[in-house]
Design a protein around this ligand. Structure first.
Ligand code: AMP
Length: 395
């Protein structure tokens, strides 16, 4: 085997890994350690000889990665038998310092540490993953791949908030955007599907998972995106509110005595679909809506209306659009969301084919003569991270 990258995505209490052939995207093994630091952790490893499940306590990220390395030895493929060229780490926030993936060294770690105030939930966990992996796998080059990097091509008028200039200079307050590896991957796939070079197409990419974001992509470059300083802004998500009036923070402080932290937490973890229906899983919202639940219907309408507004806004940003691309859990699987998001947009040249939309096996949900194609494309962030890591180490 050759050209494999061990992709690591370290969250606050989880460690996800995947051994990916950077050329083909094929995963030789994948795994996930969840509930790190709790009494009973959960480790699942899918290798060539099947799946392996374990429920032992895993104290910290170091123990989690040790368990992963052990799972490779026991259940395959043994890491020593695979030509691994790099370890690729997902890092959520690269600020405006990283417009591309970069080799991990002490300077990079210092820079990512400085960015912690911008991503207090994510960057510390990502750093932990990097440090542990460097200790356990010291002979391999480690590459950081940033969620924000793809959006560093935004023009200043798209990334600048209309707030006092000093806020950007002093606190880094501007739009950064996230889900960059997904938007980048899906853009390349969409262009290939259209039989065009990515430089020649304009796309609106809608990543609709637990987190949701929309990106306007002109010629392979992100020119606007819905997530902002943090992944809270933009579309309605599983537990995040997306766009709202910033005055809400002040009002809740005055009338309800809520602290900034409490409101932040509620907007990140108790809002979105969960705030409107009590559940964040889109499938459950769908099920309730089908059963006539009015709150689920309203949540669905709010979700899809926001999506439609972003499609319209990014259509205006791009001027001409070759395709609208749906990806991630909801984008890929919910025909009803796709239908609602583009309904009534025939005047913009967007013509959905209901039968294809219900079963988009060839990735196309629009009619043959629709001026704007509607595509349904699975994302593969692990493969994109592997490809970018391979680029950095010169594969
Ligand atoms: P992701 O973050 O990409 O894993 O997406 C997770 C979201 O996709 C959750 O809200 C799921 O409920 C939703 N999802 C997954 N499968 C389906 C499905 N078949 N239909 C509708 N939503 C789905």
């Amino acid at each position: 085997m050759s050209g494999h990258v061990l992709v690591i995505n370290a969250g606050s209490s989880s460690l996800k890994y995947s051994l990916v052939d950077a050329k083909t995207g094929e995963a030789a093994a994948t795994g996930l350690v969840e509930r790190i630091g709790e009494e009973q952790s959960h480790h699942v490893h899918h290798g060539p000889s099947g799946s392996y499940d374990d429920e032992q306590a895993v104290a910290d990220h170091e123990a989690a990665l040790e368990a992963a390395v052990q799972a490779f030895e026991t259940h395959g493929p043994a890491l020593g038998d695979v030509d691994i060229v790099a370890v690729g780490h997902r890092v959520v926030h690269g600020g405006d310092r990283f417009a591309a993936p970069a080799l991990v060294d002490d300077e990079l770690i210092a820079a990512v540490t400085e960015l912690v105030p911008l991503a207090p939930l994510h960057n510390p966990a990502n750093l932990e993953g990097i440090e542990v992996a460097r200790r356990l796998l010291p002979d391999l080059p480690h590459v950081a791949v940033f969620d924000t990097a793809f959006h560093q091509t935004l023009p200043p008028y798209a990334y600048t908030y209309a707030v006092p200039t000093a806020w950007q200079e002093e606190y880094g307050i501007r739009r950064y955007g996230f889900h960059g590896t997904s938007h980048s991957f899906v853009s390349g796939q969409a262009a290939a599907l259209l039989g065009r070079s990515v430089e020649d197409v304009n796309l609106i990419v809608l990543h609709l998972g637990n987190g949701c974001s929309a990106t306007a992509v002109r010629g392979g470059r992100s020119v606007d995106t819905s997530m902002g300083l943090t992944p809270l802004e933009g579309l309605v998500m599983g537990t995040r509110s997306g766009d709202l009036d910033p005055a809400i923070h002040g009002l809740l402080a005055r009338v309800a005595g809520r602290s900034a932290e409490e409101t932040d937490r509620a907007l990140n973890s108790e809002s979105g679909l969960k705030g409107l229906t009590g559940v964040n899983d889109f499938r459950e919202v769908s099920r309730r809506r089908a059963a006539g639940d009015e709150r689920a219907q309203l949540a669905f309408d709010v979700y899809c209306y926001r999506l439609k507004k972003y499609i319209g806004a990014y259509y205006a940003v791009l001027g001409t659009v070759d395709a609208i691309v749906f990806t991630a859990g909801v984008g890929q699987h919910s025909a009803e969301v796709r239908a609602a998001a583009v309904s009534g947009l025939e005047g913009l040249g967007i013509h959905l084919d209901p039968a294809r939309n219900a079963d988009p096996t060839d990735n196309i949900a629009s009619t043959d003569d629709s001026p704007v194609a509607v595509l349904v494309i699975p994302t593969n962030e692990e493969w994109e991270i592997a490809r970018q890591a391979l680029d950095v180490v010169g594969g």
